[in-house]
Design a protein around this ligand. Sequence first.
Ligand code: ATP
Ligand code: MN
Ligand code: MN
Length: 301
Amino acid sequence: AASGKPARGRKATVIEGVAITHPGRVVYADNGVTKGEVAAYYAAVARWMLPELVNRPLSMVRCPGGTESACFFQKHHAAKLGPSVRAVPLEEKQGGTDDYVYIRDLKGLLELVQMNTLEFHPWGARVDKPDAPDRIVLDLDPAPEVPWKAVVAAARDMRGRLREAGLESFVRTSGGKGLHVVLPFRRGPGWPQVKDFCEAFARGMVARQPELYVATASKAERQGRIFIDWLRNARGATSVCGWSLRAREGAPVAMPLRWEELGKVTGGAAFDLRAALERAAGLKADPWEGIAKLQQRLPKP
Ligand code: ATP
Ligand code: MN
Ligand code: MN
């Protein structure tokens, strides 16, 4: 490149040693958020996001043409993703193994952003023991007519029920319509046991308040209710990572919250890129402080 050329004329911007090409390209057509802003966003929130993301197999939502064009889920590794984007060979359902993606640091995160990743969806297990999960995500999916207050009440209800079982949990907005209640636990039980626990727990909530909750994916039964989606807790299933952008209108973010903050939040997409940046800048402690140190055992279903 010719010397003296202004920075904004350059083709790439370098963040943490990772070249982000076409930083001026608009990714979110509705609000003008660019690829460079997406990269800067992830660099700014990485401190809070990486603990949930690193060393877990992950699926990405990549949108090479921005959110207005086709986006796709990708879970398999490819060398072109970047040198800090790691591969872990995992058994496939249909037999054989294939390389799955995981990252260990900010470089890996930014290399995936360079490859037009917008959303990050980790497993509930770590790469060293993919068959020994350590995290459950109970996903609250309200039918369209359910008021937000009822979704908040459902998450609190869930927290209370888990506490009765001696379990601490954490909450985040999904960046979409609902909330996720996240339950960390000591590795030990396998995926089938974990899935049984989740199903029994969801069905227990439905049995108490069938007018409020459903535990089956059937659309007809969901009318006016909140679907407690426990099905995300199987080998290979994922949930969106806290602080991940969503490839949806407005650049919403899945936001980890303190339970005390939940009452002030107005919806599943209450935080967008800008609000999340502001929050990250002002945070003194992780809203999920203590999650890594919790050593709770999952009870038998
Ligand atoms: P919302 O609040 O709008 O429901 P969500 O992220 O919870 O947002 P869901 O459709 O309930 O969206 O899905 C829950 C999780 O399941 C997602 O976060 C994602 O990780 C995973 N998921 C959903 N659809 C797919 C898909 N087509 N392929 C792979 N994973 C998916
Ligand atoms: Mn959901
Ligand atoms: Mn769901």
